[in-house]
Design a protein around this ligand. Structure first.
Ligand code: SF4
Ligand code: SF4
Length: 355
């Protein structure tokens, strides 16, 4: 394992060199928030942010993506034949991704890249992407990553982890992909691994100590699924929800999509678009029946999926990295930490009542 010391004076030069072999993405300040965008030539990622409004998931899993294309022109020999749209899988790098967003790619990968099912679009984009993380020194008050299997210096899903070090960044290389990127940038100054490692560990502990919010998840796996599904608190949890879908669109671990054919004249494309379990149309059948026709059913589905079904199915913890985005942006203040506590304590609370 190597740790490089990158002088901030040499940061822009390195990124300029990287731009020769990677499409670079990074946080960019919009009106009142930061979001991940492809960086224009010479544009630097703005690393002065707490967290971005949307996660970096769209770099690998675009909000709207053309999968196939076809022609409806019957004078052509290939009319009505679906053809794969040529994808740009050339190397790309995300600079400044937060550790929670990087871990989210790992959680999402359990869905898109399994022994039985492989999503070629997501897998190709994931393999083409090098993820350069930026450790959090001052987490948001709504972050609860340390109890969601993650943390401000968490390394899962990253190729390089950057941390502030005064006039420098310390860059911990975590994978071969990360090493390749450091070389391509021309950053050559290796730090002493022992002293740099101690510094990173001290900063990590200081950052973790600033995270006050927490969730308890220890009972989720053992609680009976049907009992949790029928718990009385869903009425209260879902009461204020307006099914706007904000929580799911900005969540780095939500992956639901819809596929639609879009025709224009005699040509068409089969598109994959983000969708949301919070929208009634998401589950509306062609027959008119909707198995999740009420908002209680939809809100319950979101939390049961993240905090129970995912836990049971993959056995890798909850489908949440504690980034806090859904808490900060929900217009009616629905808080996953409170719902998680309701769920996690439901079985034991019932037992206590029964006793
Ligand atoms: S952001 Fe809040 S109001 Fe909107 S769908 Fe999610 S829980 Fe409901
Ligand atoms: S559920 Fe909320 S806190 Fe958890 S990863 Fe998604 S947006 Fe972040």
């Amino acid at each position: 394992m190597k740790i490089f010391s990158i002088s901030k004076d040499n940061w822009a030069n390195g990124l300029a060199r990287l731009a020769g072999s990677y499409h670079l993405f990074g946080p960019v300040k919009e009106a009142q928030y930061h979001d991940f965008k492809e960086l224009a030539k010479g544009q630097l990622p703005d690393l002065d942010f707490l967290n971005t409004r949307l996660s970096a998931k769209s770099v690998i899993y675009p909000q709207s993506e053309a999968l196939l294309e076809y022609s409806l022109d019957e004078s052509r020999d290939d009319h009505h034949i679906m053809k794969e749209v040529a994808a740009d899988d050339s190397p790309r790098a995300v600079i400044g991704i937060r550790p929670c967003d990087a871990k989210a790619f790992v959680l999402v990968g359990h869905n898109f890249d399994t022994p039985d099912y492989k999503d070629p679009y997501w897998i190709r984009a994931s393999e083409a992407t090098t993820r350069v993380g930026l450790a959090c020194e001052a987490p948001c008050s709504s972050c609860f990553c340390t109890t969601a299997g993650c943390g401000p210096y968490h390394e899962e899903g990253l190729d390089v982890l950057l941390a502030e070090a005064g006039d420098d960044y310390l860059a911990k290389v975590l994978t071969d992909k990360g090493q390749k990127l450091i070389q391509a940038a021309g950053w050559k100054t290796e730090a002493d691994v022992d002293s740099a490692g101690r510094k990173l560990e001290a900063q990590k502990q200081a950052a973790e100590s600033k995270i006050a919010a927490a969730v308890n998840t220890d009972n989720l796996k053992t609680i009976d699924t049907t009992e949790l599904y029928n718990a009385p608190f869903w009425e209260e949890v879902s009461f204020a929800c307006i099914n706007c879908g904000t929580c799911t669109f900005l969540c780095p671990t939500c992956w639901c999509f819809d596929i639609q054919d879009e025709n224009r004249g005699k040509s068409g494309r089969r598109m994959r678009n983000w969708d949301s379990c919070m929208f009634p149309l998401f589950t509306l059948h062609g027959s008119g029946h909707n198995p999740r026709g009420t908002k209680l059913q939809r809100v319950r589905q979101r939390f049961m999926h993240k905090l129970k079904y995912y836990v049971d199915k993959y056995d890798v913890g909850i489908q949440c990295v504690g980034c806090g985005r859904c808490i900060r942006s929900c217009p009616v203040n629905i808080d996953i930490r409170r719902v998680c506590d309701y769920m996690n304590s439901y079985g034991s609370a019932k037992d206590a009542c029964a006793a």
